[in-house]
Structures are given as structure tokens and as C-alpha cells.
Design a protein around this ligand. Structure first.
Ligand code: PMV
Length: 331
């Protein structure tokens, strides 16, 4: 099934789009990772995942219809060339909702994610774009439906429709309409995330192809869905009980297990840099010495530290260049 066919029931033909408001979606960090697709077209996952959204750090996007033969895309105040891969992905997403021969947009998008943080912006980017499309075409979709729409842009974007802790239910339908995120009702005011940038250069293998290579070549990947299902349950228990040790060790174990499946791929997939490993050893040593601190990593060399605000001073002393985010309130 293709993307447009899955949305057919939600779109009204002949609607003339209007200028949208500026819409915001937060970036998110997965504590139980989405790794592997059961449908490449629709970004349907092999496993359910769980993330925390990053409060006011994310993407702001506005759509304005223009009388021009192509889309005009602005990112952080700069007009991009239409052949840029970023523009092509945005235009392809807009094609799901419009007749591309008749309708083009000025897309103004800006990220409030610190540029030095080593965070991907595709999750918040496609979530904000889904919200702007919903407004421009007056679709009046629910949050669950918007999460489905955002998923068609980038899998992890479906979680960025919600704030706080978010679970992406993998779903089982072929059309993917049951594969969307939901907000968990629990908050964790003292939870902190520290962004440690090891290398901000563009990675050689994006997460889309990395995921596919792992699924196709790593025997170890066969154990991943079971591990992810068990980690998801442990994380939900940790969140309900506000048990930081359980949250931290489950998230760290989950991230390292995902990286183990990457290492077991062929050609091998290694996102770590020597400094990533140095940081891991530093964290393990600090933990051994009694500091409750854990980490998670995505398809890149940078680390995201997990700790509670009671440890903030000591963690800052150990990692003075770290950017700190409190997803449930400002530091
Ligand atoms: O949404 P994508 O295609 O960028 O994939 C994201 C994959 C990870 O960041 C590695 C894990 C996750 O759940 O966010």
C-alpha cells in the first residue's frame, strides 16, 4: 500500500489550502528505540518504542500557498535550493495532500534545537509540518491521526506530536492506521537529559539505510523485537514508580543492544567515535563511584545523559560543555 492510499479516507478533494499559523512540535529522544521496519514505504516499525519529548526544543513551521511553479523552502532564515535532499523530502510529503501541478507552498521552518547539540531534527520537523498541513487544508485530524501522518514523513516523527513520555504503538494493520503514538499520563519533573556532542558532522549512513542493513544482514537482529518489548514494559514500570535506576539502566541497555545489532550487520555499522567510547567509560566509572547517571545513543556518535536534578551540579562539574534539558520544566 502506498502513503497516499492510506490517507485517502482523511482527505477532502478540492480543498483550497490557506496560510497556516506557525506550528510547533518538540524533538524527542527514545528510551526504547525504534529500530527496523516491517513496511519501508509506510515507516511501520517492527517494535513499539517509547520516548520523551524535549519541551520547547523542536521545530516551528508555517505554510503559505504561493503562486509559483515550485515550493520555496526556508530553513532557519535561509532559502534552500530546491534540489537539496531536505527540500525534496518536504515537497514529497506535501504531495501527499495536494495536486502538485496546481499548488505550491512557501515553507518557513526553524529549529529551536541547539545546533551544537547533535540532535536530529527530522522528528520534530515532520511533526510540525503535519500540524501545519492539517491547519492549511482544514483537515481537522485528531492527534492520533496526525501522528500517523507525521510517521509517513519520518518514523520517529509520530512521537513528536505529543509532549512528555510518549509510546508509539507498533500496530498490526497493513495500512498502518493503528501505528501511531500516544501520550503517557505520567510526568517526571526532576528528569534531566544532558546532550554530549562528540561529533556534529553529517553521518555517513542515515538511520533509514542503517536500519534496513541491520534487518537484512544481522542474525543478532532476530532477538531485538523480544528485547525491545521487554524493555518497553520495564520503562513503563519505571515511569509509573518513578524508579530512576530502573529507567536509566533499561534505557542504556536498550541503546547498547540496538548498537550491538548494528555492529553485527554487514558491512558493519559503527556510529561510535573513539570519544563516544571514552564518554561511556567515564559514565560507567562515575556510576561505579556512586553518581546515578546513565546514557542513551541514537544512530550517531553523540551521547544523551540521563540523570535527576538532584545530581545536576555534580554532573555539570563532570561534563561542563553539556547542554541540559529538563523535559518537564526549565532548569
Ligand atoms: O525516524 P528515523 O527514521 O530518523 O529513525 C530514528 C531511529 C532512532 O533515532 C535510532 C531511534 C528512535 O527511536 O528514535
Amino acid at each position: 500500500m502506498d502513503k497516499r492510499a492510506t490517507l485517502a479516507g482523511w482527505l477532502t478533494t478540492g480543498t483550497t489550502p490557506s496560510a497556516s499559523d506557525e506550528h510547533f512540535a518538540p524533538s524527542n529522544i527514545a528510551l526504547c528505540k525504534y529500530w527496523g521496519k516491517r513496511d519501508q514505504q509506510l515507516n511501520l516499525p517492527v517494535n513499539a518504542s517509547l520516548s520523551v519529548s524535549l519541551g520547547h526544543l523542536g521545530t516551528h513551521t508555517r505554510l503559505v500557498p504561493i503562486d509559483y511553479p515550485a515550493d520555496e523552502i526556508w530553513l532557519n532564515g535561509e532559502k534552500l535550493v530546491p534540489s537539496a535532499p531536505f527540500c525534496q523530502r518536504i515537497s514529497a510529503f506535501l504531495d501527499l495532500f495536494r495536486n502538485p501541478d496546481h499548488c505550491h507552498f512557501r515553507v518557513t521552518t526553524r529549529n529551536s534545537i541547539p545546533t551544537a547539540a547533535g540532535l536530529a531534527s527530522s522528528a520534530s520537523g515532520f511533526a510540525a509540518l503535519a500540524l501545519a498541513v492539517n491547519d492549511s487544508f482544514a483537515l481537522q485530524l485528531s492527534k492520533e491521526q496526525l501522528s500517523v501522518v507525521a510517521r509517513l514523513g519520518s518514523g520517529s516523527a509520530c512521537r513528536s506530536i505529543f509532549s512528555g513520555f510518549v509510546e508509539w504503538q507498533m500496530g498490526h494493520r497493513e495500512d498502518g492506521l493503528d501505528s501511531h503514538a500516544l501520550a503517557l499520563q505520567y510526568r517526571w519533573p526532576g528528569l534531566c537529559i544532558g546532550l554530549i556532542k562528540v561529533d556534529a558532522s553529517v553521518k555517513a549512513t542515515d538511520s533509514r539505510s542503517g536500519m534496513q542493513r541491520t534487518v537484512e544482514t544481522a542474525h543478532l537482529y532476530q532477538s531485538w523485537p523480544l528485547q525491545a518489548a521487554s524493555d518497553l514494559q520495564q520503562l513503563k514500570q519505571a515511569i509509573t514508580a518513578q524508579d530512576f535506576e530502573l529507567l536509566g539502566r533499561t534505557a542504556e541497555h536498550n541503546a547498547l543492544s540496538m548498537h550491538a545489532t548494528m555492529l553485527a550487520s554487514w558491512p558493519p555499522l559503527v556510529y561510535w567515535q573513539p570519544d563516544s567510547l571514552k564518554m561511556m567509560h567515564k559514565i560507567w566509572k562515575l556510576r561505579q563511584d556512586g553518581l546515578p547517571i546513565y546514557f542513551t545513543m541514537d544512530a550517531g556518535p553523540n551521547l544523551k545523559l540521563l540523570f535527576e536534578s538532584t545530581s545536576l551540579e555534580e554532573v555539570m562539574r563532570q561534563f561542563p560543555d553539556m547542554e541540559v534539558i529538563q523535559p518537564f520544566g526549565d532548569v
